[in-house]
Design a protein around this ligand. Structure first.
Ligand SMILES: *Cc1c(COP(=O)(O)O)cnc(C)c1O
Length: 433
């Protein structure tokens, strides 16, 4: 019985899909943090190359992927679409569950899809160094990988607490030639100010963003790179959904009933769902579902408003669901889902009823992850396990209702560098929520 649907290399998408023209209502513009007037290309130019700023504001539906980016993506793309038959059997469900396996990339997640594109557009405009922040290290390692293949330097500000507690992704970053700096650091004014007040500061994502942005803004050869939230990041991730659509057809499916992704800033979710937005617009009977942790319930409990992207209030304001830029989420294991806001594109879909959002407590998420590992074999990242939970619940609901539901979810990354979280769950050291 076939369980893996593999596209040949020459069927990899050669253009990204821009969902902005198909959204239910026009996207509100980002606002300048000082003047609160709409931010133009010049406001973003100190941090990003014009190639990416153009994509951020693009109105055309398709944008060609540069040839050299395609060549690098072909190292692991197209990724497999897998039918989770053993999980279906264990659940006793009539539903068919498919997942798009983004864990096969060199960094083990979907993040290199945009890291490679971002590094390439920066290099094309003469930038030799990218700065960024990372929490647990998924984004920092993806960007280090991309920079190494394009001969660029990568400077990663890593939250000091993670730097000390999670050494493996730091080692991965350094293996790919990235420089990893525990944040707060003495390299920036922002970092020095924090250290002066508290020499033992454990750091935070907000502080690390401030340091990375300051370095990029004050040095000519450096730009800043963000791994989620922005329109161009979601654009680069649409290869996921574009491939999945073709693979579902290969599997003989003429429809999909529900498409699911975990949501931290919205990039893997956007990647798998945005190519289905035109179907939604045409009235297809299809549900798009965002899954978030109950402890950081941005879409399910946040307010819809303009807010800053960072804690310090230095970035442009984006219209989104937000818990407030000063919201400090508890230290749950799905570090990649601890963000106070979400991508404006995703928020627009939720706001207008084209996408649903659900939130799960951590214990329920790990139960699903373990069930997946013990039936399908592979160990999902804690972030990915949120999508696994929702897919299982959809399959159980289909069983209850006697429906042959077709379920697609994004397997955004593997959990082999997150085994300490599994250890905590298996030995009762994990909080339920
Ligand atoms: C970073 C990450 C996420 C969350 O980020 P999004 O931008 O919301 O996709 C989810 N899964 C994995 C494996 C990640 O590394």
């Amino acid at each position: 019985m076939t369980v893996r649907y593999q596209l040949p290399s020459d069927r990899m998408p050669t253009a990204w899909f821009n969902a902005v023209p198909s959204l239910p209502e026009p996207l509100a513009p980002p606002l300048h943090p000082g003047t609160r007037e709409p931010a133009g290309p010049d406001d973003l130019a100190p941090l990003f190359p014009m190639g990416l700023i153009g994509q951020e504001m693009a109105t055309e539906e398709w944008i060609d992927v540069p040839g050299e980016v395609l060549d690098i993506l072909r190292l692991w793309r197209p990724t497999p679409l897998v039918r989770a038959r053993r999980l279906e059997e264990a659940l006793g469900t009539p539903a068919r569950i498919y997942f798009k396996d983004e864990s096969v990339s060199p960094a083990g997640s979907h993040k290199p899809n945009t890291a490679v594109a971002q590094a390439w557009y920066n290099k094309a405009e003469g930038v030799t160094r990218l700065t960024t922040e990372t929490g647990a290290g998924q984004w920092g390692s993806a960007l280090s990988f991309a920079c190494s293949l394009l001969g660029m330097e990568c400077e990663v500000y890593m939250v000091r607490a993670s730097y000390n507690q999670k050494p493996y992704r730091r080692m991965l970053m350094e293996t790919w030639g990235g420089t990893t700096i525990p944040s707060p650091s003495d390299r920036t004014q922002a970092g020095r100010a924090i250290l002066e007040a508290d020499p033992d500061s454990p750091g935070s994502l907000g502080i690390a963003i401030s340091e990375a942005v300051e370095r990029a803004a004050t040095q000519d050869d450096a730009h800043y790179s963000l791994g989620s939230v922005l329109n161009h990041v979601l654009l680069h991730q649409t290869v996921i959904g574009l491939e999945a659509k073709e693979q579902l057809a290969m599997a003989g499916e003429d429809r999909v009933d529900v498409v699911i992704g975990s949501c931290g800033g919205g990039s893997n979710l956007g990647g798998i769902t945005l190519p289905f937005v035109p179907d939604k617009k045409a009235g297809a009977d299809l549900r798009l579902v965002a899954v978030e942790p109950q402890s950081c319930p941005t879409l399910t409990e946040g307010r819809y408003d303009y807010d800053f992207g960072d804690t310090a209030g230095m970035t442009p304001l984006l219209q989104m669901y937000t818990l407030g830029h000063d919201f400090v989420p508890p230290p749950i294991h799905a570090g990649g889902l601890r963000y106070h806001g979400d991508a404006p594109i995703i928020c627009n879909l939720v706001r207008n009823g084209w996408m649903e959002a659900v939130a799960y407590p951590q214990g329920k998420v790990f139960e699903a992850a373990i069930q997946f590992a013990r039936t399908q074999g592979t160990v999902p990242a804690p972030e990915t396990a949120h999508a696994v939970r929702a897919a299982i619940d959809e399959a159980l609901a289909a069983k209850e209702q006697g429906q042959d539901r077709v379920i697609l979810f994004n397997y955004s990354g593997h959990g082999l560098l997150d085994l300490a979280a599994y250890d905590d769950f298996l030995h009762g050291r994990l909080g339920d929520d």
